[in-house]
Design a protein around this ligand. Structure first.
Ligand SMILES: [Zn+2]
Length: 268
């Protein structure tokens, strides 16, 4: 009888431990465990086992949660990174669309540029330590590019007396927002030094392009002024500024800007 009871009790033990058996069964198990060392040992053993199972399932949950946190942290970091990238791109796009561009040295391919005209200019400087004035010469070059139609490149190259070859570096020149330039060709260059034999433009990848050599035509300053005013300056501008061959001092960018913007009528 006792053996049968033990079998029944042991069948009941799992539900007893889980606290899902009926009240009479519960009472029966408790009564039996008090007197039966065999079933008590089985109960203790089972109890222990279930505790470890519970614990390991809790550990699994904790591990799962840890993994979840890790994945969530990675996601948060990724979205922060993505936000930074997008904001940086928006910033850069704005920079490149604005005049901030003017202060950034640009790479411009020499092959995409042509010379509008150039000339040698005499400049006066003052020696800061002695206060004496001195003269120096610069090659003034006006460049244009189909690619940068809305911009123009100008700049000067200070050269030493007797320089035979000039490398005019266009890479660091600014591209101010200006007016559209059209080509008028190298034959319009004037007043180049006798010593100069070749002139190149050079970009910052050291690509060079010869833009002038001694076999090409060079005008005198007077010829150039006449050509410039006759062929290039609109009649209304000539009238407006009373432009003569001796006076082309009005900045070309000023009148070209006015002309292109059709503002002439408003200031007349
Ligand atoms: Zn028993």
């Amino acid at each position: 009888m006792k053996e049968v009871n033990c079998e029944i009790i042991q069948d009941l033990l799992p539900s007893y431990i889980d606290n899902i058996c009926s009240k009479p069964s519960k009472k029966l198990v408790e009564e039996h465990l008090k007197s039966c060392t065999k079933c008590k040992a089985e109960f203790d053993n089972m109890n222990k086992k279930m505790d470890t199972e519970k614990l390991s399932s809790q550990d699994n949950q904790i591990d799962y949660l840890k993994g979840y946190r890790k994945r969530r942290n990675v996601l948060i970091k990724l979205s922060i990174l993505l936000t930074i990238i997008v904001l940086t791109m928006i910033f850069l796009i704005n920079v490149f669309n604005s005049n901030v561009l003017l202060d950034i040295p640009l790479y411009v391919d020499v092959n995409k540029f042509n010379v509008e005209y150039m000339y040698v200019k005499e400049n006066k400087g003052i020696n800061s330590s002695t206060g004496e004035t001195y003269t120096y010469k610069t090659l003034e070059v006006y460049l244009y590019s189909e690619e940068y139609k809305d911009n123009y490149l100008t700049g000067s190259y200070k050269f030493l007396e007797g320089d035979k070859e000039i490398y005019y570096n266009i890479a660091s020149k600014k591209l101010p927002k200006g007016v559209e330039y059209t080509c008028c060709g190298l034959e319009t260059s004037f007043k180049l030094e006798d010593s100069i034999e070749r002139i190149y433009i050079k970009d910052n990848k050291n690509n060079t392009k010869e833009i002038w050599n001694k076999s090409m035509k060079v005008q005198s300053e007077e010829e150039w002024k006449k050509w410039y005013i006759d062929s290039y300056v609109p009649k209304e501008i000539k009238d407006l500024y009373n432009m003569s061959y001796d006076n082309i001092s009005i900045s070309t960018s000023v009148w070209k800007d006015l002309y292109n913007k059709n503002l002439l009528n408003t200031i007349k």
